[in-house]
Design a protein around this ligand. Structure first.
Ligand code: RTP
Ligand code: MG
Length: 143
């Protein structure tokens, strides 16, 4: 059976992850799983970038706290590549709520509720091929 599902995904180590020194640990897990880094940059988001990136969440109660959190420090933005990497990284990352995310996942092993205004859950990963291409265009135009 021929299976070619090589994909790219946009991954962010969010400001909590960078602050806590977990960037290397996230990259280690990505590389240990066998995915390839094709772009990597430490940068501070802007409101313009976040308005595009989180357009689907605009108007939700957590939107403003989420934007403030994402502006609170640098993020490590990366594009990773591999067969079925989109679902593969979502699996590595774990469920949105880090308190109940499964042990073995990035969020489950390294995150928890800190009693803050929004879930600080260390990583973002694209959730579908269309969102991956859209998000890569936002963070790495021209890639
Ligand atoms: P992500 O987009 O960051 O990979 O995470 P996700 O798909 O698991 O979660 P999503 O539903 O897309 O939400 C985006 C981010 O918003 C924050 N959030 N907080 N009720 C809450 O406090 C809440 N809900 C969502 C999280 O940081 C989540 O990752
Ligand atoms: Mg999402």
């Amino acid at each position: 059976m021929v299976r070619t599902m090589t994909q790219r995904s946009l991954v962010l180590v969010k400001p909590d992850g960078v602050r806590r020194g977990l960037t290397g640990e996230v990259i280690r897990r990505i590389e240990a799983k066998g995915y390839t880094l094709v772009a990597l940059e430490l940068r501070t988001a802007t409101r313009e970038i976040l308005a595009q990136h989180y357009a689907e969440h605009e108007g939700k109660p957590f939107y403003e706290p989420l934007v403030e959190f994402m502006l609170s420090g640098p993020v490590a933005a990366m594009v990773i590549e591999g067969e079925r990497v989109i679902e593969g990284f979502r699996s590595l990352g774990g469920a949105t709520d880090p308190t109940t995310a499964a042990p073995g996942t990035i969020r489950g092993d390294l995150g928890r509720d800190w009693g803050l205004a929004v879930q600080q859950n260390i990583v973002h990963g694209s959730d579908a091929p269309e969102s991956a291409e859209r998000e890569i265009g936002i963070w790495f135009p021209g890639l």
